[in-house]
Design a protein. Structure first.
Length: 152
């Protein structure tokens, strides 16, 4: 995908932008008429003011901004948002406040990042069995965990 078509939906909306040449994600800014406050342990849906047109075979993934997530406990409510190639509505971000303090969101604040990725959508084939591997069906912790200093 060489070009990503976007449309601004409201006055004051800003295009997502990569902050550095090496950034994988485009920072998304809040597009709000007035400040909102997300109470501790609560979720709010924040509009971005833009819509995107993805080519078939691509999807946009909405991730936390590391500073907000690590320093402030503010992350997408669904962990990772997915924008499908056939969606043309406003990109909205559900933000969850995992901190113990109210978190204000103001118009223009960078609230999340969007990464565009090629997305395979193969046909599903129902089978009676799957190929064998050394791991098989062993799940969580099956490859071992690092022991703690107290031996646990």
């Amino acid at each position: 995908m060489k070009r990503l078509r976007m449309r601004l939906l409201r006055p004051g909306a800003e295009m997502p932008a990569r902050e550095t040449a090496g950034s994988a994600g485009f920072d998304i800014r809040a597009c709000l008429e007035r400040e909102i406050v997300i109470p501790p342990g609560q979720t709010a849906v924040v509009g971005s003011g833009f819509a995107v047109e993805l080519e078939p075979g691509y999807a946009a993934f909405i991730y936390a901004r590391s500073g907000l997530g690590i320093k402030g406990g503010i992350v997408p409510a669904n962990c990772v948002g997915v924008i499908d190639s056939d969606y043309r509505g406003e990109v909205k971000i559900g933000l969850r406040n995992h901190s113990g303090l109210p978190f204000p969101v103001r118009n223009g604040d960078r609230i999340a990042q969007m990464v565009i990725s090629k997305c395979e959508t193969p046909e599903i084939e129902l089978c009676d069995s799957l190929s064998e591997t050394a791991r098989g069906g062993k799940g969580f912790g099956s490859s071992g965990i690092r022991e703690t200093p107290d031996g646990m």
